[in-house]
Design a protein around this ligand. Structure first.
Ligand SMILES: Cc1ncc(COP(=O)(O)O)c(C=O)c1O
Length: 397
């Protein structure tokens, strides 16, 4: 019998749903609200800083922890926006996007056989990376707003039950993809108390840190006292500067945790593209107005797409952060979210993502009544999507 070329580690992970729906979007000429990247470009000053760095010879390997000027800029940014004190020399590692940072954190802090607790729907690399390090995920479902909850919420008993003697790490994502939940200070304080009780470390994925909508306010978990000593903050410049293709990310962690993670990073990518590191330092130092304008522009896009979805008869949940909207697809007569999204892309001409792929098999049904729409798109694209939805999406009770 011939042996599979696939390692057991990767055998569970086929082509992602993003590839499938991007191909379908292209085939049907659909407006693509599936992919979570902007269809507009990042700031000129930052692009020019990258060009300048290349011209001026910043083209060889950076130091593995990250170019010092970028580490200083990351520390300054953490103080400016989050009131967090960061030592650029002992607490920061620059990575190739948040994606690499997440793998480094798991490699550095989690052993085979350990358990990792995370909320679902989850960002898909969490599941894969937990598997890659031989750990077991314990998923806690977020539940949609209802009569008793104004926002997405979770059951504290379910969270408590998921944490056990083998739990090494809890993954938080705030603002959250795809629900748009922004964890409140009170939730973070209670999570901190639980993690302290069970000696659990926290990975806080904050790639949407600058995309929140008042009255919601992003609270950096590492600034909550009970979480400060146990939290690794992961972020990147992709979403904050509309430069997702650059893949410049970073971790901020107490020195002992950063040391563990750096040990992994040095053998995963060793270092991240030098000229882009120089430019990211310039990005993080942009004036206040840049960040205020970014959030204001996303607020306008959120309102635009929310109106379009509602006019098409979809019950859309208002996100407090990130650039995604989840909509309830009950009432449209489809067996599940995949069937709905296939119909949407081929018959309506709009691509969305079926969120059931962001759930464990146990809770997959929770995602089967939803569709995810991205609003990191220009007004013309959002308007065309809304027009098509209004014209062609009809309830099929
Ligand atoms: C929640 C979350 N974490 C991490 C990432 C990956 O970030 P990066 O592009 O910096 O690797 C994404 C990208 O979509 C994301 O949504």
């Amino acid at each position: 019998m011939s042996r599979s070329v696939l390692s057991q580690r990767v055998s569970r992970f086929g082509t992602t749903v993003f590839s499938e729906f991007s191909a379908l979007a292209q085939k049907h000429g659909a407006v693509n609200l599936g992919q979570g990247f902007p269809d507009f470009d990042g700031p000129d000053a930052v692009k020019e800083a990258a060009q300048r760095a290349i011209r001026e010879g910043v083209n060889q390997y950076a130091i593995t922890t990250g170019a010092r000027d970028l580490r200083v800029a990351i520390a300054e940014h953490a103080a400016r926006f989050h009131g967090q004190t960061v030592d650029p020399d002992t607490m920061v590692t620059v990575t190739s996007g948040a994606t690499e940072a997440i793998l480094d954190v798991l490699l550095g802090l989690v052993d085979p056989g350990d358990e990792v607790v995370a909320f679902e729907p989850f960002y898909d690399s969490y599941d894969a990376n937990i598997t890659f390090v031989g750990a077991t995920p314990r998923w806690v479902p977020l539940r949609p707003p209802d009569a008793a909850h104004a926002q997405w919420w979770f059951d504290w008993d379910e969270l408590r039950a998921a944490i056990g003697p083998r739990t090494r790490l809890l993954i938080l994502n705030t603002p959250h993809n795809p629900t748009g939940k922004v964890f409140t200070r009170e939730e973070l304080e209670r999570i901190g108390a639980l993690c302290a009780e069970h000696d659990v470390k926290v990975l806080s994925d904050e790639v949407y840190e600058h995309i929140t909508f008042a009255p919601a306010r992003h609270v950096r978990p590492a600034t909550v006292p009970s979480l400060a000593d146990r939290t690794v903050t992961v972020s990147s410049g992709g979403k904050s500067f509309s430069l997702t293709g650059w893949k410049v990310g970073w971790i901020i962690a107490p020195p002992a945790l950063r040391d563990a993670i750096q040990r992994a990073h040095q053998f995963v990518t060793f270092a991240t593209a030098s000229p882009l590191q120089a430019a990211m330092a310039a990005a993080l130092r942009l004036p206040e107005a840049y960040f205020t304008d970014l959030a204001a522009a996303y607020l306008a896009r959120r309102e635009r797409l929310m109106a379009g979805l509602r006019e098409a008869g979809l019950k859309a949940y208002l996100p407090d952060g990130s650039y995604f909207i989840l909509a309830d697809i009950a009432g449209f007569g489809f067996a599940d979210d995949v069937a709905f999204c296939r119909h949407l892309v081929s018959e309506v001409g709009v691509a969305a993502i079926p969120p059931s792929v962001f759930y464990s098999p146990e809770h997959r049904h929770l995602g089967q009544g939803l569709a995810r729409f991205a609003f990191c798109k220009t007004d013309a694209v959002l308007d065309e999507a809304s027009r098509r939805l209004r014209a062609k999406l009809t309830p099929r009770r």
